[in-house]
Design a protein around this ligand. Structure first.
Ligand SMILES: *[C@@H]1O[C@H](CO)[C@@H](O)[C@H](O)[C@H]1NC(C)=O
Ligand SMILES: *[C@@H]1O[C@H](CO)[C@@H](O)[C@H](O)[C@H]1NC(C)=O
Ligand SMILES: *[C@@H]1O[C@H](CO)[C@@H](O)[C@H](O)[C@H]1NC(C)=O
Ligand SMILES: *[C@@H]1O[C@H](CO)[C@@H](O)[C@H](O)[C@H]1NC(C)=O
Length: 585
């Protein structure tokens, strides 16, 4: 083994551990209090290593959350969060202000998945106070240390006319509703081991309430403790994994100064004093953390953890675009290896596909997230001639190809080897790369290529005879019959798609090449295969050795290296298609 690489791999292990820690939980690290519970005596004077900066940090308030942030009788935005943020910032010489913004700038829900809002990602604001830390949110967000407790509750119409009982294990006889972006979501119920049926999303509390009133929904599952006009049942559940904190853009370095400042605030007793004044100042008791004297060992450990290391690079990782899925090191570790070789810190996050790419008719455009620098690359995209107009790509790490599917028995006798398909009706899903441009590049004549929204409609169209053949890169569709041969619509294979002019492909390709040609990539796949009891076919290094064009060798090699992991496809198609991803990317 090459010595230089061995060092890299050691670094990688450390880096992975750090990243995992920051993705998963606040690890107690070495500061765990053993034996008697010592409470550290921290002075409340500014921490010396913190340099006064001139930036004004902005935090949003929605203006309707008594006692946390609300517009008071005089019209002033005030509350527990507003004052706490100002005081903690002042401890370390930071200037922090609160502005009124809709909560959707922090988080929004689309098809049951929460995404980071524009305000946070485009850095209008530096963090969103008062958000529960949950397993699913850690896919898109970082968090500071928690500063509040949070609970989920169930609210019903006065008198609970439907007789909903939160204590039972099966809620499927009731229609639940939650608020957009709330942590009280289906994955939380799954973690609580509750069965549920219909689960609707309301865009606001009044809308949820109206849904209860007109019978569209039976139960509102929310983090609210009191809702005027509804009965909130006494049972409380936890959807969070530590409390409510300031929710951050992935990779934010705010915790590097906020956490020490908040620790000072907490351990000095100022936090408890501040909480004690909450009723008097804001008219309602804030749900505060227990004081250091009353805190559990777990909470004390969390509160005294070292601040997480800042991260710099992030990827949108659509493959994990499923609610409640925590980014899994097995699935993502090769990305971290490559980053480590390149001496970059990388982190993965979820984003909507539209943040990477949007489409207008036949034209493909780069998404907002990529263009505004919310993240640096989108994993799992083919480089095609069309896409080269709008993006840059790394070298491919997967091979993929396309084929035609027909009704079982091929009743219209479609022959993919023909040069002229004009006598047949073809169909494709409208965002697929198996499009007219691909047919043109393959020098196939054709007359009709139907555009349908998803693969589902494409399959239906072939089954019901509207189309003769479905052109797709999908493999293993069982309702239809696949014809050979397979064709290449993409230039080379699956890559990371980056903003035009991005420096990512430069450093990534060099690092990947190094990882790959060392043989460590192969070994990595084998080790991970053993660890997770999955088959990751080993790399054929001999293919690498004889080629001089790295791009070409990568394709060839990839076809033998990785199990199918077509991230883009697994998102745009039906959920049943989601496969376990390979170790390799
Ligand atoms: C019930 O109220 C919701 C929210 O206002 C509304 O969207 C829905 O259409 C209403 N349904 C009926 C049956 O009135
Ligand atoms: C066949 O399926 C397609 C796609 O779902 C649909 O648009 C079309 O109306 C169907 N045609 C018939 C005859 O059922
Ligand atoms: C198509 O891809 C599969 C792996 O996904 C590979 O085994 C096969 O050789 C490829 N076919 C062509 C023609 O590239
Ligand atoms: C990660 O993914 C692998 C394979 O999909 C799975 O076996 C393993 O349990 C996962 N690990 C975690 C921590 O979820």
């Amino acid at each position: 083994m090459n010595a230089a690489l061995a060092i890299v791999l050691v670094q990688l292990v450390c880096l992975c551990a750090q990243i995992q820690a920051s993705i998963l939980l606040f690890n107690p690290e070495k500061k765990f209090y053993s034996g008697t519970r010592e409470i550290p005596v921290l002075s409340s004077k500014p921490i010396p290593s913190i340099i006064q900066d001139t930036k004004v940090y902005l935090f949003p308030g929605g203006g309707r959350k008594v006692p946390y942030n609300y517009v008071d009788d005089t019209g002033l935005l005030t509350g527990f969060d507003v004052d706490l943020v100002t005081q903690v910032c002042a401890l370390v010489g930071k200037t922090c202000k609160t502005i009124n913004l809709p909560f959707t700038e922090c988080v929004f829900t689309y098809e049951d998945i929460d995404y980071a809002g524009r305000g946070l990602m485009s850095q209008w604001i530096d963090g969103c106070p008062g958000y529960a830390t949950t397993i699913d949110r850690r896919n898109e967000f970082d968090f500071t240390l928690p500063y509040l407790l949070t609970e989920g509750s169930f609210s019903v119409l006065p008198g609970n006319p439907k007789g909903f009982d939160p204590g039972v294990d099966d809620y499927s006889a009731f229609t639940l509703v939650r608020l957009s972006g709330a942590p009280t979501n289906p994955t939380c119920l799954t973690r609580l081991k509750k069965k549920y049926g219909r689960f609707l999303i309301a865009s606001s509390r009044p809308e949820a309430q109206a849904m209860l009133l007109n019978g569209t929904a039976d139960v509102l599952f929310s983090p609210r403790q009191v809702i005027k006009g509804l009965d909130t049942l006494p049972v409380r559940v936890r959807c969070d994994d530590g409390g409510a904190a300031i929710m951050l853009r992935k990779g934010s370095d705010l915790p590097t100064w906020w956490n020490p400042a908040f620790q000072t605030f907490y351990f000095s007793g100022k936090y408890a004093d501040f909480c004690a004044k909450s009723v008097q100042k804001y008219g309602r008791q804030a749900k505060c953390l227990p004081s250091p004297e009353e805190a559990s060992p777990e909470l004390l450990a969390m509160m005294s953890a070292a601040p997480p290391t800042p991260v710099r690079i992030s990827f949108s990782h659509e493959a994990l675009n499923k609610p409640g899925v925590i980014l899994n090191m097995t699935q993502t570790s090769a990305i971290f290896v490559v980053c480590a070789i390149a001496d970059k810190r990388c982190v993965l996050m979820l984003a909507q596909v539209a943040e990477c790419t949007t489409r207008d008719g036949e034209l493909l455009f780069p998404g907002r997230g990529l263009m505004e620098g919310w993240f640096d690359g989108c994993t799992g995209y083919f480089e095609t001639v069309d896409r080269d107009n709008s993006w840059d790509f790394t070298s491919p790490y997967l091979v993929s190809n396309a084929s035609f599917y027909v009704r079982p028995g091929n009743p219209s006798n479609f022959d993919p080897t023909l040069d002229d398909y004009s006598n047949f009706v073809l169909v494709h899903a409208d965002t697929a790369i198996t499009n007219d441009h691909c047919l043109n590049r393959l020098k196939k004549k054709f007359n009709v290529l139907l555009d349908v929204p998803t693969e589902y409609e494409a399959i239906q169209a072939v089954l019901n005879g509207t189309a003769d053949a479905w052109f797709t890169k999908r493999k293993g569709e069982t309702q239809l019959e696949e014809l050979s041969p397979r064709f290449h619509c993409e230039n080379v294979g699956t890559s990371i798609m980056a903003k035009k002019g991005s420096d990512l492909p430069g450093w990534w390709n060099a690092a990947f090449q190094q990882f790959f040609s060392s043989g460590q990539f192969t070994k990595f796949c084998q080790d991970k295969g053993k660890e997770y009891n999955l088959f990751f076919p080993p790399t054929r290094l001999d293919l690498m050795a004889h080629e001089d064009k790295s791009v070409m060798t990568l394709i060839r090699l990839k076809s033998r290296t990785t199990i199918s992991m077509d991230m883009h496809q697994s998102v745009s198609g039906p959920a049943s298609k989601a496969k376990p991803a390979s170790c390799c990317m």
